[in-house]
Ligand binder design. Sequence first.
Ligand code: NAD
Length: 366
Amino acid sequence: MTKKILLIAGDGIGPEVVGQAKKIIDFFDKNTDKKFECENALLGGCAYDAVKTPFPSETLELAKKSDAILLGAVGGPKWESLDYSVRPERGLLGIRKELELFANLRPAKVFDALVDSSTLKKEVVENLDIMIVRELTGDLYFGEPRGVETLADGTRRGFNTMTYTSGEVERIAIVAFELAKKRGKKLCSIDKANVIETTEMWREVVSEIGAKKYPDIALSHMYVDNASMQLVRNPKQFDVMLTGNMFGDILSDTASMLTGSLGMLPSASLGAKINGRQHALYEPIHGSAPDIAGKNVANPIATISSLSMMFRYSFDYKKEADAIDKAIENVLNNGHRTADIATSLQNKISCTQMGDEILKEITKIL
Ligand code: NAD
């Protein structure tokens, strides 16, 4: 069956990195029994420039009809002075909300060939392979009431609401437990249950589900401040980490730096099943990198790995996903590096060259 992929290149380096993943999709489409149909849509700053909204309704319609979405990145200084309601990031939050993409999966894996790129000692990060499961549609980012008000004395008060329902906690916990079942059977849930009531409830719900449905998974709980410290002190103690939206935003960026470069890390955002279709959006964790946009120096590996996650989680194309992952590993072992992961002694290759090298390896593996 032909799979419909919606490509949302976005802003900055987005089109450059998504372009490399597209070459791989085209290769599979032409040379294997896996068939794909790709469409393109606007989101973020480029959408605002074209139609004065960062989240055009056509993009939402195409997204709803697709089997999976591959996104580059959105945002950049050009749009920073716009009103908050039409900033590029509103497009991203909008699509997550509309498609109910509540589960964000962020693997942080250290490749052998890049173990020295990390700022941490080799023995701390060697063979690191953790998965952060972040809730994506609740918490302070969406809670109401929110805003900034002017008080009677002329000073201002900003306020946001941290909110979760037990149902929201339950569905994200199940995603994390299921992943832990397929991995190391270890789950650490992160909260601030000593101070914040919402997260006290979070801990209770996760514990109940663990005891009832997943007695074979070793469940632990950790306060977020300790978790941020443990992530840099001894990250290998973790396998799957479960967090809310805000704590996850911060912890997953910390985890990404354990691996050395933002340009290496993919992510998946999975939705609820609606009418038998589970929406899913795959994207690199990095932003639009305006400082290097248009120079053909960006690292496309995070985006290509995101494509591999799409094959694995949305399409169940394990062999093809394994081939992409292996190809990336081989290319790195062969010494090929984009600027962000190269040492001063290594030859740097461009974004397109990295895409070509990975494609060459895929053809050898298949
Ligand atoms: P960023 O991730 O864009 O860049 C941080 C640093 O990492 C920069 O030096 C950049 O050159 C480098 N970098 C990032 N990706 C790289 C890659 N693939 N290859 C090589 N180097 C890479 O973060 P930022 O500078 O804080 O944000 C820039 C813009 O991106 C902002 O407008 C921000 O809002 C937006 N943003 C978007 C997303 C998203 O679309 N999901 C995520 C984060 C930031």
